[in-house]
Structures are given as C-alpha cells and as structure tokens.
Design a protein around this ligand. Sequence first.
Ligand SMILES: [Zn+2]
Length: 76
Amino acid sequence: MKCAACEQEMIERITELDLRIENKLYIVNNVKLEECQNCGEKVINPAISEEIFNMIKSHKYKLKTLSLPVVELQSS
Ligand SMILES: [Zn+2]
C-alpha cells in the first residue's frame, strides 16, 4: 500500500497508537497498522479502528494510566 500523502511504500507494524475520542486521549497498544517510513502517516484498517472505538465506547479495555508531560508554548 502506498502512502496517500507522499506516495512512498507503507509497511505493516504493530505499534502504539494515540487516539483522541471526545477530548480524552487514549494510548492503544498492539495496534496493527500501516505506517509510512517517510512521513509517518498511519493507516488503520477500518475493521480494526471500529474494534478499538467500540472497546473504548463500551469500556472493555484494560486500563493503565500514564502521566505524561504536557508542554505549553506561550502564544505571543
Ligand atoms: Zn508518507
């Protein structure tokens, strides 16, 4: 599969994905997706993204909470 953004070949990876759903940020581990080695564009199979979305919606997930640093730039 080719990247929609830069037309380089994408490779299949199992990786971590960050998703923002209803203003909450979720980190989903072990997601199979295709990633562009050139620009980092990620494409997820619609069936997999639906599965993730349903899991989050129905709270059927094992929850681990991370604290992460948030950097705010001063707008000038
Ligand atoms: Zn690309």
